[in-house]
Design a protein around this ligand. Structure first.
Ligand code: AMP
Ligand code: TRP
Length: 339
């Protein structure tokens, strides 16, 4: 893992004894390899080193998903996926955002220390305005305030996320500074924690892998689908003929090989010398991705077939962190002059 700067505990407030980590993920169905390489593998690694809290952010999803049954189904899928990929309810807390509704109150309180201009200049807000011009709802603007509340309700100081969350994390820090400045040191300023693959490009080789862009390789898809998605990947666009030498450092297929085997240098060398062609390299990558996720995929299917087991984990998770949420809200009420 890599952090941008070391965590800085806020002096004089009731902070957890050891650094606490928090991350949220949208219930966008089953995850893609960008989610895993950019974030989820760090969730798994960090659960042994810190007190870890992970959340499926259904309130956030409502800014774009308006079909209740779809939201419920996607929340189930993401919960099963995280457990299948290695989150262990004995070693971390997994819960659904709306099951711990204190966060909405904290988000409201945070709106009163957040200038509208900060929210209007957030890159994701600008993007969403373009992507869904018929639905520029208020939740889209306030989205980062709710994200800040997610993190600091539990006084987390480390946040494992992909690079695309950098602006949101910076805004969280600004909101924390604004709150602490007005009401006294209450919250730590959280730091992002990135993996070795903070930005995974999609099958188009140009934009970040994202479900909404339709350029994903899905972790739990049927092997045939994974093969089709990998075979559709754009490689080094300057390598036209099979005999042309490749440039593995700009080829997305080659870059991904780094995370699916320890022989990537050999694979890169094969491309460089035109000993291997792009098709060979893609076929190998597809088989490795399928093999890597074969066991998690079985666990995923088992969990999807046993919804009560997953629901129990989520209910216990939300219950376990209730005292932390209550203690933070009591402190915030006292500081702000409420109750
Ligand atoms: P989302 O599905 O947008 O909620 O993302 C869940 C987590 O995966 C966040 O921490 C993102 O930063 C991370 N993530 C999503 N897409 C990518 C990607 N293409 N590369 C690296 N990390 C990603
Ligand atoms: N905005 C994040 C994403 O789209 C999801 C998220 C919500 C989050 N709350 C969070 C991430 C708190 C980290 C911490 O991926």
């Amino acid at each position: 893992m890599t952090t941008e700067t070391p965590p800085s505990p806020a002096a004089g407030s009731t902070l957890p004894a050891a650094p606490r980590i928090f991350s949220g993920i949208q219930p966008s169905g089953a995850p893609h390899i960008g989610n895993d390489l950019g974030a989820i593998r760090n969730y798994v690694a960090l659960q042994d080193r810190y007190e870890a809290i992970y959340c499926i952010v259904d309130y956030h999803a409502l800014t774009s998903t308006h079909d209740p049954e779809m939201l419920r189904q996607r929340t189930r899928e993401m919960s099963a996926a995280l457990l299948a990929l290695g989150l262990d309810p004995e070693r971390c807390t997994l819960f659904v955002q709306s099951h711990r509704p204190e966060v909405t109150e904290l988000a409201w309180l945070f709106t009163t220390v957040t200038p509208v201009a900060w929210l209007q200049r957030t890159p994701t807000y600008k993007e969403k305005r373009q992507n869904q011009p018929e639905d520029v709802n208020h939740g889209l603007l306030t989205y980062p305030v709710l994200q800040a509340a997610d993190i600091v309700l539990y006084k987390a100081s480390l946040v494992p996320v992909g690079k695309d969350q950098a602006a949101h994390l910076e805004l969280t820090r600004e909101i924390v500074r604004a709150f602490n400045g007005r009401y006294g040191e209450t919250f730590p300023e959280p730091q992002a924690v990135h993996t070795e693959a903070p930005v995974v490009l999609g099958t188009d080789g140009a934009r970040k892998m994202s479900k909404s862009l339709g350029n994903t390789i899905e972790i739990f898809a049927e092997p045939e689908t994974i093969r089709r998605q990998v075979m559709s990947m754009v490689t080094d666009t300057q390598r036209i003929l099979r005999s042309d030498q490749g440039r593995p450092e700009v080829c997305n297929v080659c870059r991904l090989h780094r995370f699916f085997g320890d022989d990537y240098e050999e694979i890169w060398d094969g491309e460089r010398t035109a000993r291997t062609g792009c098709v060979d390299t893609k076929k190998l990558l597809a088989e490795r991705i399928i093999a890597r996720y074969a066991e998690p995929r079985e666990r995923y299917l088992e969990l999807m077939a046993d919804p009560t087991r997953v629901e129990r984990v989520l209910a216990e998770g939300a219950e376990r962190i209730r005292p932390i949420a209550r203690a933070t809200m009591d402190e915030v009420h006292a500081r702000m002059g409420l109750r």
